[in-house]
Design a protein around this ligand. Structure first.
Ligand code: NDP
Ligand code: DGY
Length: 329
C-alpha cells in the first residue's frame, strides 16, 4: 500500500508492519510510504524488494535487519526505527559502519513488561494454568490439603538478572509482596538499586540463594545461552525461573532437562526460541512450564505509544532532527 503523510506531523501513528520512506527531503514536509499492511511479518523477499532505495525503515523485532537488508536498501538508508526496546535483531556493527541512525522504544513499555513479568511469575509459582485446566476438565474433586500447592513470594529471596529499566520495575513491584532479599547480577552495581534494597552479587551467589530467578537482561553475545545446564544446576530444587528478556538467553534443551528432572521447580517464559514455539515442543508438555507468546508489552495503550514513538523516531531520523529515543551506537 502506498500513502503520503506529513513528515513533520507529530501525531503520525505507524501501524504495525513495515514502512519505508522514499525520497524524503528535509525541506519538504511529505514522504512516500510503502507499507506492509498486515499484522503478520513481512516475507523476507518482500522486505528485500521494498526496501530498495529507501531512506528510512520502520521494523519490528521479528524482522532481521542484517547486511543483506542493508545492501538491498542501498546508500540512501539513513534511519532504522524499530518498534521495540530490544535491538538484538539489528546488525548493529553493520548499521554503525554505514552511518545509519537507529530509533527504538525504551521506557514506554517498561511498566507493561514489568507487570506481565509479575503476572507470569505468580501464574507459574502458584500453578494457575494447571488449576484452571483442572476446573475445566473435572479434575477438581474437592479441597485437598496438598493439591496444587506452589511457592509464595512472602519471605522469599528474588534474584534479578539485569537490573535495567525493566528489571528495576519488576523489583519495585515484587518488593511489596513481602520479598525478604532482592539480589541482582549484572556488569556493575546500579545506584538505583537502593530503592529496592537490591544487593549486587555474583551470578553464582544469586543462583544458589534465590527462590525466584527473573531474567530481564538484554540479549548480547555475553548473555546468549547464559541460562544453561551449569546455571540451572546451581539453582535450588524449589526455585522458579522466569524469563521475559529474549529466548536465546536460555539453552532450552538444558531448561527442559532441569524441569523434567526436578532440578528446578518450574519455569515461566514469555520468550522462546523459536517464536512461535512449535505446538509439539516438549516444553509444552510439562505441567511445570508456563509459556506465553511474547506479550510483555502487550497492553493497548503501550502498543499505541510504542507505535507513535517509532514513527516519531523515523521522521526525525529522516529530517535530521533529534529523535525522541535514539539508540547511541
Ligand atoms: P536495559 O538496557 O535498561 O536493561 C538491560 C540490562 O541488561 C542492563 O541493566 C544490563 O545491566 C543487563 N545486562 C547486560 N549484560 C548483562 C549480563 N552479562 N549479565 C547480567 N545483566 C546484563 O533494557 P530494558 O530493561 O529496557 O529491556 C531489557 C530487555 O527486555 C530488552 O533488551 C528486551 O530484550 C526485553 N524485553 C522483552 C519484552 C517482552 O515482551 N517480553 C518487552 C520489552 C523488553 P549491566 O549493564 O549492569 O550489565
Ligand atoms: C521489545 O520491545 O523488545 C519487546 O520484546 C516487545 O515489546
Amino acid at each position: 500500500a502506498r500513502a503520503t503523510g506529513s513528515a513533520r506531523c507529530p501525531g503520525v501513528t505507524a501501524v504495525p508492519g513495515q514502512v519505508h520512506t522514499e525520497d524524503p527531503d528535509s525541506q519538504r514536509s511529505e514522504c512516500k510510504l510503502s507499507v506492509w499492511d498486515s499484522d503478520e511479518p513481512v516475507p523476507r523477499a518482500e522486505l528485500l524488494k521494498q526496501v530498495e532505495g529507501a531512506h528510512g525503515l520502520l521494523c519490528l523485532l521479528s524482522d532481521r535487519i542484517d547486511a543483506e537488508v542493508l545492501d538491498a536498501a542501498g546508500p540512501n538508508l539513513k534511519v532504522i526505527s524499530t518498534m521495540s526496546v530490544g535491538f538484538d535483531h539489528l546488525a548493529i556493527d553493520e548499521i554503525k559502519k554505514r552511518g545509519i541512525r537507529v530509533g527504538y522504544t525504551p521506557d514506554v513499555l517498561t511498566d507493561a513488561t514489568a507487570e506481565l513479568t509479575v503476572a507470569l511469575l505468580l501464574a507459574t509459582a502458584r500453578r494457575l494454568p494447571e488449576g484452571i485446566q483442572e476446573v475445566k476438565s473435572g479434575g477438581w474433586s474437592s479441597w485437598k490439603p496438598l493439591w496444587l500447592c506452589g511457592y509464595g513470594l512472602s519471605g522469599s529471596t528474588v534474584g534479578v538478572i539485569g537490573l535495567g529499566r525493566i528489571g528495576l520495575a519488576i523489583a519495585r513491584r515484587l518488593k511489596p509482596f513481602g520479598v525478604k532479599r532482592l539480589l541482582y547480577s549484572g556488569r556493575q552495581p546500579k545506584p538505583q538499586a537502593g530503592e529496592v534494597e537490591g544487593e549486587h552479587v555474583p551470578l553464582d551467589a544469586l543462583l544458589c540463594e534465590s527462590d525466584f530467578v527473573v531474567v530481564s537482561c538484554s540479549l548480547t553475545p555475553d548473555t546468549q545461552g547464559l541460562c544453561n545446564k551449569d546455571f540451572f544446576s546451581k539453582m535450588k530444587n524449589t526455585a522458579v525461573f522466569i524469563n521475559t528478556s529474549r529466548g536465546a538467553v536460555v539453552n532450552q534443551e538444558d531448561l527442559l532437562e532441569a524441569l523434567a528432572s526436578g532440578q528446578i521447580a518450574a519455569a515461566g517464559l514469555d520468550v522462546t526460541t523459536p517464536e512461535p514455539l512449535p505446538t509439539d515442543h516438549p516444553l509444552l508438555r510439562l505441567s511445570n512450564c508456563v509459556v506465553l507468546p511474547h506479550i510483555g508489552s502487550a497492553t493497548i495503550s503501550t502498543r499505541g505509544v510504542m507505535a507513535e514513538l517509532t514513527a516519531q523516531n523515523l521522521l526525525c531520523g529522516l529530517t535530521g532532527d533529534a529523535m525522541p529515543s535514539e539508540l547511541q551506537l
